[in-house]
Design a protein around this ligand. Structure first.
Ligand code: ADP
Ligand code: MG
Length: 398
């Protein structure tokens, strides 16, 4: 169901409490923030829309894991400075989240002013979804807007609590995430393919189960493919196999066959004698001839070509999980090949998962995809078919 969006509520001149995700890797150093500010840039459309409506903005976010205590290195002010540069507008940062000082600062805002509250997680009430804390936050605004999709899978005070006390809406980033991920699952242009990879089957059991009765084609690479190759009866060298998941993988293969879903597993893989960046020698072997002393590091070039060709024929592709150990350049080729094919094809590609988004971003291909989710864990839970508490709490369009 569609959520109430920015255009559906009156924000003109009003104090709008906006939940954003400014959880940047602050440990990389403040001077490096411009390299890691995609989360700030991702909410600019919402902030700019609200400012164009002369709203008074009260922004709130978490940063790192302070676990309910004040941690000096996790203050929001440096992030506020970066936001100021991006917004080209003054951003006032205060060292309080809630309470009389925060209230006074919020009340003093004039149309077009921006206030950034202190780190939400300095207060234990945030992660505990304490109703008192949610109410204390809610009084800082007249309207609530959620644009933090990446924490929507957490039932926290600022995500699931506050909308119970204020007229609420989804921001444009939140709307886009719901539309793109939801649309790919509910009303895809067919054929619909799932391209799955990554480290482990066990991380993706529910994703596999949920996608299996929706897709026309399944492509499996990455470490996940290793367990599937074992399920087919091949030996897979020294690669970590999840023994407990072999039966599950077998079940998926059987179910796919029964439903007429084409399952594509690697026919050849890239192997190395050690699990490290500069392992030598690197060789390509048939999937049924993996040497006993080798690690599977990537899909082979012919498999990458075959996956690329198959994916390009699809109408929609849901991609979660790199095809190989892409952090090591020698084993990033399979991931790069499929990413380039998807970028160049007409298939609408929706990318979910933190590492997968990182890989696509590192290749400079994010703009070429229909959507790259900003929510790692949240996008996975969405693809599992779960209702996310931070979305469920927002009102539906009547
Ligand atoms: P996402 O965050 O996109 O959901 P995952 O966390 O499931 O993706 O998987 C990403 C990780 O999978 C990467 O760190 C990558 O190195 C690892 N990976 C990919 N292929 C292999 C492989 N063949 N063996 C071991 N690890 C792999
Ligand atoms: Mg991951």
């Amino acid at each position: 169901m569609a959520k109430v969006g920015l255009k559906d509520i009156d924000v003109k001149g009003r104090r709008v409490l906006v939940r954003v995700d400014f959880n940047v890797p602050i440990e990389q150093g403040i001077e490096n923030l411009p390299k890691y500010d995609f989360r700030l840039r991702a909410v600019l459309p919402t902030l700019e829309y609200l400012l164009a409506q002369n709203a008074r903005l009260v922004l709130c976010s978490h940063l790192g894991r302070p676990k309910g205590k004040i941690v000096e290195g996790l203050r929001m002010a440096p992030v506020g400075q970066r936001l100021e540069a991006l917004l080209k507008r003054k951003v006032t940062c205060i060292p309080e989240v809630v309470g009389p000082k925060a209230q006074a600062a919020a009340n003093a805002l004039k149309p077009g002013d921006v206030l950034l509250l202190e780190n939400l997680r300095f207060n234990a009430g945030e992660e505990a979804n304490d109703p008192e804390f949610a109410k204390a936050l809610a009084v800082l605004g007249e309207v609530y807007v959620s644009d933090a999709f990446s924490v929507a899978h957490r039932a926290h005070a600022s995500t699931a609590g506050v909308p119970q006390y204020l007229p609420s809406a989804a921001g444009s980033l939140m709307q886009k995430e719901i539309e793109m991920l939801g649309g790919a699952l509910a009303a895809p242009t067919r054929p619909l393919a799932a391209l799955l990879g990554g480290a482990k089957v066990s991380d993706k059991i529910k994703v596999l189960e949920n996608l299996l009765n929706k897709v026309d084609t399944l492509f499996i690479g990455g470490g996940m493919a290793v367990t599937f190759l074992r399920a087919r009866g091949y030996s897979t060298g020294r690669s970590a196999v999840e023994e407990a998941q072999i039966e599950f993988a077998r079940g998926i293969l059987a179910e796919a066959k029964r439903c007429g879903i084409a399952t594509n597993l690697p026919s050849e893989v890239v192997v190395a004698p050690e699990f490290k960046a500069d392992a030598v020698p690197v060789s390509t072997v048939a999937a049924d001839k993996i040497p006993a002393d080798a690690y599977v590091m990537d899909i082979g070039p012919r498999t990458a070509e075959a996956f690329a060709a198959g994916l390009q024929k699809c109408g929609t592709v849901i991609w979660n999980g790199p095809m190989g150990v892409f952090e090591f350049p020698a084993f990033a080729k399979g991931t790069e090949r499929v990413a380039r094919a998807l970028a160049a094809s007409k298939a609408r590609t929706v990318v979910g998962g933190g590492s997968t988004a990182e890989a696509v971003e590192a290749l400079g291909l994010s703009d070429k995809m229909a959507h790259v989710s900003t929510g790692g864990g949240a996008s996975l839970e969405f693809l599992e078919g779960r209702e996310l508490p931070g979305i469920a709490a927002l009102p539906d369009v009547k």
